[in-house]
Design a protein. Structure first.
Length: 369
């Protein structure tokens, strides 16, 4: 597969790109601003520094970065921590992972967040292909298949609810609700699940990919391209505690569309969602990017909590677009440093994914041989 290198297209020096890739890893995992920590039992975890907990979102993101950076040692320590402290072995959510856990391993919740499960599954498949399977919980492929099986068949075989709506093929915000989060929609992941997951579920995952691409078009405002944090299955914003706005979760949607275009190819209608969003930020509200907006562009009485993450995802969306606004988003991202301070966790993860993708280094790891 050819991976588009936007930085190369824009003539950024390869040595500077390589240096930034190294800096990103060290900022997250090694240096004074790191969010990664290790225990004496060969486990490791990342802390949401803004909320002082460990989340399936962050652990699955860190696992994905570890396999992309070819760091099996870190990958295994993260996965051991996940299975030891986050995996739910009893109750209606048995087989899922607790979305929030304290750094000492005490669970804040016995409920899951589906974006963690989908990232865990694909990171494990990639690890299987890049590192080779081990035994027990380090049999990565077996673990990935088990996660996906529970995600789809929970309400068929066990007490509890599935993470996808089995009728419309759309991912839920949480299993016991009837709405979704646009930024959870990863059609490019589902196409790989169809190839590598359990054979009996291949058709479901193919349809989930198609349904999510269609859903994302519906969820993106026809003028601004913005999506809400939560939405109904028809794409209409879901008004639950102000989550009907374009806010932190929603920033990821543009980046997801960009990567989906590289890995699997999107429709012109889906890619145009990013074109509209980049126009909104570069031309419509230029100079006021740090305000929070409803998806029609109406300002809300709030400011952006994760400005670096927003800049990163707007740039990553350029993998689905071209033109002056796409270039401007990438240039702004290039000039933006990694974040420090207590809110650095989310911003710097999005920064890392955007930089990998725009440099052609966020890759599908195929079965070897």
């Amino acid at each position: 597969m050819e991976y588009r290198n936007v930085f190369q297209e824009m003539n950024y020096p390869p040595a500077e790109v390589a240096a930034r890739l190294k800096e990103i890893w060290e900022h997250l995992f090694v240096g004074p601003h790191k969010i990664y920590f290790e225990n004496d039992d060969q486990t490791g975890y990342v802390v949401d520094t803004g909320n002082n907990d460990v989340r399936t979102e962050g652990m699955s993101y860190a696992m994905m970065l570890s396999v992309q950076y070819n760091r099996q040692d870190i990958f295994d320590k993260l996965w051991r921590w996940v299975k030891k402290f986050m995996w739910l072995t009893t109750g209606e959510n048995k087989g899922y992972f607790a979305w929030s856990v304290l750094p000492n391993g005490e669970k804040n919740s016995n409920g899951p967040a589906p974006d963690g499960e989908e990232y865990f599954a694909l990171a494990l498949f990639f690890a299987s292909h890049r590192f080779g399977n081990g035994s027990g919980i380090l049999n990565y492929e077996q673990e990935a298949r088990a996660i996906l099986h529970v995600c789809l068949h929970k309400d068929e075989e066990f007490p509890g609810l599935s993470m996808w709506d089995l009728k419309n093929h759309l991912i839920k915000f949480v299993p016991n609700c009837d709405f979704t989060d646009p930024s959870y929609h990863l059609p490019h992941f589902y196409e790989l699940f169809a190839r590598w997951g359990n054979t009996e579920d291949a058709a479901f995952w193919q349809e989930a990919a198609r349904a999510s691409r269609k859903f994302l078009v519906a969820a993106s405002h026809p003028v601004t391209g913005l999506t809400a944090e939560y939405s109904e299955y028809d794409g209409t914003p879901k008004n639950v505690k102000d989550h009907d706005r374009f806010y932190s979760d929603a920033y990821r949607t543009a980046g997801n569309i960009g990567l989906a275009n590289v890995w699997g190819g999107n429709s012109p209608a889906l890619n145009d969602c990013v074109t509209r969003l980049q126009h909104f930020f570069n031309e419509t509200v230029k100079g006021h990017e740090n305000r929070v907006y409803y998806i029609d562009g109406t300002p809300a009485n709030d400011t952006v909590l994760h400005p670096v993450g927003l800049i990163a995802m707007n740039a990553m969306g350029s993998l689905a677009t071209s033109g002056a606004n796409a270039t401007a988003c990438v240039e702004k991202f290039w000039q933006t440093p990694l974040r420090t301070g207590e809110r650095r966790y989310y911003d710097n993860f999005l920064y890392a994914f955007a930089f990998l993708a725009l440099s052609g280094n966020y890759r599908i790891w195929e079965v070897q041989g």
